[in-house]
Design a protein around this ligand. Structure first.
Ligand code: ZN
Length: 98
C-alpha cells in the first residue's frame, strides 16, 4: 500500500523515527507506533465500509488536530472520507464524503 506521503511516515510524512509495521502484507514506515495504530485503524474502517480486500493507495490531506480528508483507491474503485482520532490512536470520527 502506498500513500501520498513519499518522504516519511505513511500517515504524517514525518521523517524522524524508525518504526515499521506490516499493513496488508506491506512493510510500511511510520514515525511512531501511534501513527501506525491510527493508520491500521483507518485501513480496517475503510475495508469494513467498502468490503474491499485490499487498498492500493491512500491520499491523506490534513493533520492530527484538523482531521484528515482522504481518498482511498482499490483497483478502479475510490472511496472518499474524513477521519479524526484521539491522541492514543482510537477513532474519534469517521465519515464518508461524496
Ligand atoms: Zn507519523
Amino acid at each position: 500500500m502506498e500513500t501520498n506521503n513519499k518522504e516519511g511516515c505513511g500517515l504524517c510524512n514525518a521523517t524522524w523515527g524508525e518504526y515499521y509495521r506490516e499493513i496488508d502484507g506491506d512493510r510500511m514506515f511510520f514515525c511512531c507506533s501511534v501513527c501506525a495504530d491510527i493508520f491500521e485503524n483507518m485501513v480496517a474502517e475503510v475495508k469494513e465500509r467498502t468490503g474491499w480486500k485490499s487498498i492500493d493507495y491512500v491520499e491523506l490531506i490534513g493533520n492530527y488536530s484538523a482531521g484528515r480528508n482522504c481518498t482511498a483507491r482499490s483497483g478502479k474503485s475510490t472511496f472518499k472520507y474524513y477521519f479524526r482520532t484521539y491522541s492514543d490512536g482510537r477513532m474519534m470520527k469517521f465519515e464518508e464524503r461524496k
